[in-house]
Design a protein around this ligand. Sequence first.
Ligand SMILES: C[S@@+](CC[C@H](N)C(=O)[O-])C[C@H]1O[C@@H](n2cnc3c(N)ncnc32)[C@H](O)[C@@H]1O
Length: 307
Amino acid sequence: MDTALSHHTRSAVTPDDTARLAARIEQRLRAADRLLLPLDEELQLLSELQEFDLGRFLLHNEGLNGYWTSYVFGHQPGDPVATELERWMLTRSLLPGIRERFGRFKAAIAPSVTDGAVLASVPCGLMDDLLQQDYRDTTGVRLIGVDIDPESVDLARENAAERGLAELCEFHVGDAWRLDLDAEADLLTSNGLNMYESDPERLVELYRNFARALRPGGRLLVSFIPAPPAPPWAEAGWPGGWAKYGIQDADLLRDMAIFGDILQAKYLNFTGEQEIRSQLSRAGLVVTDISRNARGALPIAIAVRSN
Ligand SMILES: C[S@@+](CC[C@H](N)C(=O)[O-])C[C@H]1O[C@@H](n2cnc3c(N)ncnc32)[C@H](O)[C@@H]1O
C-alpha cells in the first residue's frame, strides 16, 4: 500500500522528514500553555499519526488533497484500515460528516444528469461527484473537470477510465479563478475550495467565475463552512452546539486535539449563510436552497445563474 500511495501523495517525504517534523511538533506540544488532552495522550496521538499514510499526509500538509478526499469519501464500514487511529478517523472523527455531505452532493447532482447536459466539477479532485452518477440512459452528456493539481487531474482521468466514462470527460489543469468556460455548464459543483480562501472579495471573484461558466438558469452547488460552536475550553457552549455534528464529546475532543493542537490546521475559513448568500448574489447567482444534514449542519448552497 505504501508504494502505491506514495505516487498518490506525490510528496517525496522520507521517514527522516517525518521524524524531524514530529520532533518539532513534540517540542511545540511540550511548550504549550494549554492542550485539549493531557500531554502524554497528545504525544501518543502524534506517534500514532506517523504510522499510516493518511496520518503522515495530514502531518505534512494543510488538508486533504484530491486523492485523500476521495479516500475518505469512499471508505465503507468494514474496509481495511492500516491502524486503529485510522479506523477512528474514518468512522468517528468529523470526517464521516463530510462523507455524508458528499452523498448529498451526489443526490443534488442526479437530477441534472439528462441528455446533452454539460456538468462541471471545480475543483474536481478525482471527480467522484460527477463520475459516481448513472449515465447509462443518457446521450450527449459532457463532463468537465478542472483542478490546479496535475496529479489529481491524472487520477480523475484514471477514475473516469475505470468507470467507462472517459469519452464523456474533458479535464483541465487550471486555476478555479481563471476558468475558461463561458455560459456552457448546466451545473457546476464545487466542494473543498472556498474554505482555503480568507479574502471575501476573492470569494466573490471565484463565484463570478462559476457564474460565468454556467448558462443562464444553470445551477451551482457549493459547500461552505459556517463558524463552528464555541471550542471545548470555552466556559459555555460545550458541547452545546456540537450536537448537530453527530459526534461524541470524547471524539470531538480528540478530533480537535489532532487537527488543532497537533496539526494546527489553519486552512478553515468560515462563511455564514447570510454572507454566502450575499457573495453569490454579487456574483450574479440566486440561492434557491441550502441543503443540510439531518441535524442542520454541513450546508451546501444551491444557486442559479440569474441571467
Ligand atoms: C479537498 S479537495 C476536493 C476535491 C473535490 N471537489 C472533492 O470533493 O472530492 C480540494 C482540491 O482543490 C484543488 N485546488 C486547490 N486550489 C485550487 C485552485 N486555485 N484552482 C483549482 N483547484 C484547486 C486541490 O488540488 C484539491 O484537489
